[in-house]
Design a protein around this ligand. Structure first.
Ligand code: PLP
Length: 337
C-alpha cells in the first residue's frame, strides 16, 4: 500500500495504537467487537486530539508561531491536549474555555487542572462569546500580536483540513490491522463532536479503498444532529480534497451519522449511558468517558439491540480517549457503583 503524501507532522502520539478484541462485551452485544485504542496515544496526551495536533502544531511551527490559541468546553480534552503538546514543543497556549458564568469559573480539576499544570493561559468565556468563537479567537490573536507575539489559531476540536490528517493516519493503521484478520463486513464506530475525526476517517477510507474491503465508517454524534455533521464533516473533507489535491470524490451518502444518542445534551449523561460504561469497565477493564465515548458506546449497543446486522459482522469501536472527563463526573456514577 502506498500511502498518500501527508503534510508535515511532529511526533507527539504513541502510534500505532493497538487493536484489541473485546470478547466478553462482544458476546453481550452479539457482534465481533474490537477496540482501536486511541486512548493509548499517550498518558497526559491521551486520546484523538493528539493525532490532529501532530499536523496542526507542525503547521504552527512552520508558520513561525510562538503561541497557540484554541477553545472548547470547560472540560475540553482538545484544550488540555493542546496545552500539553504546545508546552512540549516550547510554545505557549491560550485556551478560551466556555462556562456558565466566567465570573465564577468551575473548579480546577480534570482537564482544567492538567491544562493549568502545563502552563496554559485560561480565559473563561460565556455561551454568547462561544457562539462567535471565530471572532473571539481572532480578537485574542490580535491582542497577542500587539504584545509582539506570533499566535496561531487552532479551531474547536482541532477539526480542519490540517488536523484531520491525524485520522487519515489512523485509517492507514486500521487498514493494516484489519487486513491481518479474517475477512468480515466491518464498521468502524466513532464518537463525533466537532467532525475532524470523522472527516479524517472518511477521507482515509477513500484513500485506502475501504469500500472494496467491506469496511464502513459510522459516527455517533454527541451534540447537534445528523444534518449538522453531514455538512460539517463534508466541508472539512472537501477542503482536504481541494487543498491537498486528493484524487477521491466524496458524496454526502459517504457520511454515515448515527443520530439519536445526544440524550440529555452535550456533556450531560443519562443513567443508562453510565450503566453501560460501568458494564464495559467490569467486562473488559476499558474505561469510556461520559461526554464522548460513553455516548458512542450506548449508541452502538442500542442500534445493535434494534438490528444485529446494522454494522456488519465485526465492529471496531474507536476509543478516542477522554479519561480525564471521568473524574469531574464522579458523583454521577454513584448510583451505578
Ligand atoms: C474531541 C473528542 C471526540 C470527538 O472528536 P471530533 O474530531 O471532535 O469529532 C471524541 N472523543 C473524545 C474523547 C474527544 O475528546
Amino acid at each position: 500500500m502506498t500511502g498518500p503524501a501527508y503534510p508535515e507532522r511532529v511526533e507527539l502520539a504513541r502510534t500505532p495504537t493497538p487493536l484489541v478484541a473485546l470478547e466478553r462485551m462482544g458476546a453481550e452485544l452479539g457482534v465481533e467487537l474490537w477496540a482501536k485504542r486511541d486512548d493509548l496515544t499517550g498518558v497526559e496526551l491521551s486520546g484523538n486530539k493528539v493525532r490532529k495536533l501532530e499536523f496542526l502544531l507542525a503547521d504552527a511551527i512552520a508558520a513561525g508561531a510562538d503561541t497557540v490559541i484554541t477553545g472548547g468546553g470547560e472540560q475540553s480534552n482538545h484544550c488540555r491536549a493542546t496545552a500539553l503538546a504546545a508546552t512540549r514543543l516550547g510554545l505557549r497556549s491560550v485556551l478560551l474555555l466556555r462556562c456558565r458564568d466566567p465570573e465564577t469559573p468551575p473548579p480546577t480539576r480534570g482537564n482544567i487542572l492538567l491544562g493549568r499544570l502545563a502552563g496554559a493561559d485560561i480565559v473563561w468565556i460565556d455561551q454568547p462569546t462561544w457562539s462567535r468563537r471565530t471572532e473571539a479567537f481572532e480578537e485574542h490573536a490580535e491582542r497577542l500580536r500587539g504584545d509582539g507575539r506570533r499566535p496561531y489559531i487552532i479551531p474547536e476540536g482541532g477539526s480542519n483540513a490540517v488536523g484531520s490528517w491525524g485520522y487519515v493516519r489512523c485509517a492507514e493503521e486500521l487498514t493494516t490491522e484489519l487486513a491481518a484478520l479474517s475477512p468480515a463486513r466491518t464498521t468502524v464506530i466513532y464518537a463525533c463532536g466537532s467532525g475532524g475525526t470523522g472527516a479524517g476517517l472518511i477521507v482515509g477510507a477513500k484513500l485506502f479503498g475501504w469500500g472494496e474491503r467491506g469496511i464502513a465508517v459510522a459516527g455517533v454524534n454527541v451534540c447537534d444532529d445528523r444534518d449538522y455533521f453531514v455538512r460539517a464533516i463534508g466541508a472539512i473533507a472537501r477542503d482536504m480534497i481541494d487543498r491537498y489535491e486528493l484524487d477521491i470524490a466524496l458524496a454526502d451518502s459517504d457520511i454515515d451519522i448515527v443520530d439519536g444518542y445526544v440524550g440529555a445534551g452535550y456533556a450531560r449523561s443519562r443513567p443508562e449511558e453510565l450503566a453501560l460504561a460501568v458494564t464495559l469497565a467490569r467486562r473488559e477493564a476499558l474505561i469510556v468517558d461520559p461526554v464522548y465515548t460513553g455516548k458512542a458506546l450506548f449508541g452502538l449497543a442500542s442500534e445493535l439491540a434494534r438490528d444485529r446486522s446494522r454494522f456488519g459482522d465485526r465492529v471496531v469501536f474507536l476509543h478516542t480517549g477522554g479519561i480525564y472527563g471521568v473524574f469531574p463526573a464522579a458523583e454521577s456514577y454513584s448510583d451505578q457503583l
